[in-house]
Design a protein around this ligand. Structure first.
Ligand code: HEM
Length: 448
């Protein structure tokens, strides 16, 4: 894949109010510390559109509210580029990722990925997820505090190995892939993304190469196999001319899928348990719903009975959408909601800020899953006031998988255990990279 060549970013945002912040770091520290607080402060002082600098003085226009989400995500005219928005961040390690492609190239990738996300594929993943989750949940300590974030990370690593790559999650190969994957992702959050020997970033590039080699070696072995994991599905996918995807594409899609799926789901499940621990009456409601399902191992069809669980999932992602900031870059001069935004401007959208706007939500700071019920449907007050999975062409392709995975996990956990937090637990949350309680959520399980 050829590297994207772009005109330099537009740095003249002097017509907008805002603050650039410190030399080199810009406002990065404030934004990372408390993304929602930072956006709220800018909104109150400068209005919905304001300028700031991020690390390395990258100049950015923050655009707050559903109107801007709609313009940048729905974007039928291609005024906003996702490749431009993420090329200099995610693109350094995942240049072939779906989110780093626009227009025709993106459509092609999306089409090639469909077989791995169809209902029939999702059903086969249920069969793989159930035993992994059962084994991992059974191994958790009972009547003894432990850090849930670490436990769910291990579980989801097993899921990545089995469901995404088709490996036995206990095999040495799967363990090695865990290490590779962790090492790659450390490169995404290092402030020094330069390929200098022994640095985090150079280790990360090396790990990415090892992953590439793994896929390259295994593609011929998987072709023609009837295994049902995502990797094998990609290996067997054919385009309209009956041609297989080429190796580089499969590697690019798989590496990005692993990246896009893992931390987002870890964050979501950790935060769901936080809210269920803080709101025991909701934990009981979800458990009652689960008790009404007459299967030890839930089926794909059973999951549609878990509506209250789904509202809890949605409400958690309203407060803490796993992806707290979305990026785009304008491809031309655009006029949005009364503002003229010049071409080649980096744009930042904030899902969690939008999710807490009083104009669009009743008592937005209250945990109230029923706001997602059909009678209230607060998430539909504007087509883009609820965007935990983005929207438009790049809307999360793994959304249904993520919800299914979370429901299966909660089914098994809550059917067997009560989840308790420390008395008066009120943790600081980290916001970037991916929101969760900083201490990793200490919980205690008691047998029901
Ligand atoms: C709770 C879990 C998840 C959340 C909150 C989430 C959120 C998102 C968001 C917000 C986007 C759009 C980004 C943008 O437009 O800038 C996105 C895209 C994407 N997600 Fe997810 N995601 C989750 C889980 C997953 C899973 C499990 C997978 C794969 C199985 C996945 C694969 C992807 C891919 C491939 C894209 C890029 C789609 C495209 O460019 O067309 N995600 N996700």
């Amino acid at each position: 894949m050829s590297k994207i060549k772009l005109a330099p970013d537009n740095r003249d945002l002097s017509q907008f109010p805002g603050e650039y912040g410190l030399p080199f770091l810009g406002k990065t520290i404030d934004l990372v510390k408390d993304t929602v607080g930072f956006c709220t402060d800018h909104y109150e002082r400068f209005g919905p559109v304001s300028r700031l600098d991020m690390v390395k003085n990258q100049r950015i226009l923050m655009c707050l509210g559903p109107e801007f989400n709609e313009a940048a995500l729905f974007d039928p005219k291609g005024n906003f580029s996702s490749a431009g928005g993420y090329g200099s961040s995610l693109g350094t390690l995942y240049p072939e990722g779906m989110l780093i492609r626009d227009d025709k190239q993106h459509k092609r990738t999306r089409r090639a990925s469909q077989p791995a996300f169809k209902t029939e594929a999702l059903k086969s993943y249920v069969e793989m997820l159930n035993p992994i989750q059962e084994r991992r949940i059974q191994a958790m300590p009972v009547n003894e505090e432990f850090i849930f974030y670490d436990a769910i990370q291990e579980t989801l690593m097993d899921v990545a190995a089995r469901v995404f790559i088709g490996l036995d999650e206990k095999s040495p190969e799967a363990q090695r892939l865990n290490y590779i994957f962790e090492t790659i992702n450390k490169g995404l959050i290092t402030p020094l993304p330069y390929n200098i020997p022994f640095t985090t970033f150079s280790k990360s590039l090396k790990a990415r190469e090892e992953l590439r080699q793994f896929f390259k070696t295994n593609i011929p072995l998987r072709r023609g196999s009837d295994a049902e994991d995502m990797f094998t599905r990609y290996c067997n996918a054919q385009d309209e001319d009956g041609e297989y995807l080429d190796d580089a594409d499969i590697d690019g899609h798989m590496a990005f899928l692993l990246f896009a799926a893992f931390d987002t789901t870890t964050s979501a499940l950790t935060n769901i348990l936080y809210y269920l621990g803080k709101n025991p009456e909701w934990q009981d409601k979800v458990r009652n719903e689960i008790f009404n399902i007459n299967n030890e191992m839930p089926t794909f069809e059973d999951l549609s009975e878990m509506t209250l669980t789904e509202y809890v999932f949605q409400e958690t992602l309203r407060f803490y959408p796993s992806v707290m900031i979305l990026n785009r870059r304008t491809t031309r001069d655009v006029h949005v909601h009364g503002y003229d935004i010049p071409a080649n401007t980096m744009i930042m959208l904030s899902p969690p800020f939008t999710h807490r706007m009083e104009e669009w939500w009743s008592n937005p700071l209250e945990f109230d899953p029923m706001r997602f019920s059909p009678e209230r449907s607060e998430h539909k007050r504007h087509g883009f006031n609820y965007v935990p999975f983005g929207g438009g062409a790049h809307k999360c392709i793994g959304m249904h998988f993520a919800l299914m995975n979370a429901k299966l996990y909660l089914f098994r956990l809550l059917k067997n255990y009560k989840v308790t937090l420390r008395p008066d637990y009120d943790p600081a949350f980290m916001h970037v990279h991916l929101p969760r309680p900083i201490d990793g959520l200490p919980i205690t399980l008691t047998k029901i």
